[in-house]
Every structure is written in structure tokens, then in C-alpha cells.
Design a protein around this ligand. Structure first.
Ligand SMILES: Cc1cc2nc3c(=O)[nH]c(=O)nc-3n(C[C@H](O)[C@H](O)[C@H](O)COP(=O)(O)O)c2cc1C
Length: 235
């Protein structure tokens, strides 16, 4: 069992009915006790952008995790579950790099295991930039609301970097992203639902993927086949 699944399983036990991994709460669920970022004039929530978030601990060791963040020009809100390394690092070193990449293999690998990826030092904050990033934002933590089960970490953008073009929409890439999120929910969803969703997503991958997306989907498919629901929930 990959360590990060174990960590979230532990969270599930501790929190009872709370979700165990990322994106398990309805994204637009009203949470009146918290300040919410406003994304537009109609007061709707900010758009969620899927990133590979890099953080470092006090000793400088880097952590790479897929995270959906609330995106605004100068403020980015990160919502890690409290047991994640990401949350601990954000509290400890008060900085992160929000990496935007079109390489969905990194989301697939990050969803099912602890990954170490090629990276270099960030320009302004204490942290690292993913080599595979198309562009990135370096952010500093301004406020932390650590109300369980999921923190709300408000950050300020202090540097923007660009490395290469982010090409247009590709259905297979989006399908792999959805599959990666499903892979983090095997302990919460009925196996038939996971199987049906994967079958639907596989059709899109077959039609529109390149080799990288096909490999990423195969990795996730293999993972969900091997992971029995009780494995992640019971630990
Ligand atoms: C596309 C995607 C988005 C995710 N978003 C979040 C998130 O917003 N918050 C979170 O805690 N976990 C999220 N996860 C799960 C984490 O990436 C990961 O499983 C774990 O929660 C964090 O890893 P860490 O302990 O190394 O920080 C997401 C996973 C995927 C595939």
C-alpha cells in the first residue's frame, strides 16, 4: 500500500464520515464559517486549477503532490487535508510553488504514490520548480485555517515563471486527471462505480491520447484493479 494512501486511510478512521483524500468534498459546498475567495463579480467561487504543488520541509526536502487550487491572479488558496505532507510543509516553511503542467503522467504518479520528480530551486521562495512545468507561481503563505478535515491556506503570489507553451485542451488528458482523482477514492466509492467510470474514461483515452496519456491511464487502471476498497479504508 503506497504511503500516501495509508495516510489518508488513517484520516478516514480519525474523521469518521469525512473524506479521506483530495477532492472529496463538494467543491462549491457552502462553508459559511470560512472566508471564501470570490472569483468574479457574481460572487461565484474561484476557478479550481489542477497543479503539481511543490513544498519543502524545514530540512529542505521537497514534496510533490497533485492539488487543485483556487486560482486568482494574486492570491491562490490551497486546500490540503491536515494529514498531508503538503499541509505540514506549508505550516513549517510558509511557501510553495504551484506548477502548471500538461504532463498528466505526473498527476497519475502523484495520485497513487509518493513521487520525487526532477526540479530546480525556485527563484524567490524556499522551494522547487518542477522541470516539467509549463509555468508556475511561487507563493507565500498569508493565512492558515486548519479546521479539520481540510485546511484552507491563503497564499500570495510573489513570483511568476514561464518555461514552455501549455497546448490546448485534450480530452484524454482531462480523462486521465479524472481517473487520477478516482484512484484516490477507491476506499470511498463502490468498486462498480470506479470500474464504470474507468471504462467511460478509457474510451476517451483510446480516441484522443498520445503515448504519454495512454501510459498514464494504464498505470491508474492497473492501480485501481490491484487496490481493494478495504485496503485503503482499513489502514
Ligand atoms: C488532480 C488531483 C487533485 C488533488 N487535489 C487535492 C487537494 O486539493 N487537497 C488534498 O489534500 N489532496 C488532493 N489530492 C490528493 C493528493 O495529491 C495526495 O494524494 C495527498 O493528499 C497529498 O500528498 P502529500 O501527503 O504528499 O502532500 C489531489 C489529487 C489529484 C490527482
Amino acid at each position: 500500500m503506497p504511503p500516501r494512501v495509508r495516510a489518508h486511510g488513517a484520516r478516514l478512521r480519525a474523521a469518521g464520515s469525512f473524506p479521506a483524500r483530495g477532492h472529496l468534498l463538494p467543491r462549491r459546498a457552502p462553508r459559511p464559517r470560512r472566508r471564501r475567495a470570490l472569483g468574479g463579480p457574481d460572487g461565484a467561487g474561484a476557478v479550481i486549477i489542477e497543479s503539481i504543488l511543490t513544498t519543502v520541509n524545514e530540512r529542505g526536502a521537497a514534496n510533490f503532490a497533485p492539488m487543485g487550487v483556487e486560482w486568482e491572479e494574486d492570491e491562490i488558496v490551497i486546500k490540503p487535508f491536515l494529514e498531508t505532507t503538503t499541509f505540514k510543509n506549508l505550516e513549517a516553511t510558509r511557501a510553495a510553488v504551484v506548477n502548471l503542467t500538461d504532463d498528466v503522467m505526473l498527476f497519475a504518479r502523484g495520485a497513487i504514490s509518493d513521487v520525487q520528480l526532477p526540479a530546480r530551486a525556485a527563484a524567490v521562495v524556499r522551494g522547487v520548480v518542477l522541470e516539467a512545468a509549463c509555468s508556475w507561481r511561487e507563493v507565500r503563505v498569508e493565512a492558515v485555517d486548519a479546521t479539520p478535515p481540510r485546511a484552507r491556506v491563503v497564499t500570495r503570489v510573489v513570483h511568476r515563471g514561464f518555461q514552455r507553451e501549455f497546448l490546448g485542451f485534450n480530452r484524454a488528458r482531462h480523462a486521465v486527471l479524472e481517473a487520477a482523482i478516482l484512484a484516490t477514492r477507491t476506499h470511498l466509492l463502490p468498486p462498480e462505480q470506479i470500474r464504470d467510470e474507468f471504462a467511460r474514461l478509457q474510451v476517451i483515452v483510446d480516441k484522443t491520447a498520445g503515448p504519454r496519456e495512454r501510459d498514464a491511464m494504464a498505470l491508474l487502471t492497473d492501480y485501481v484493479r490491484r487496490t481493494r476498497p478495504e485496503q485503503s479504508a482499513a489502514r
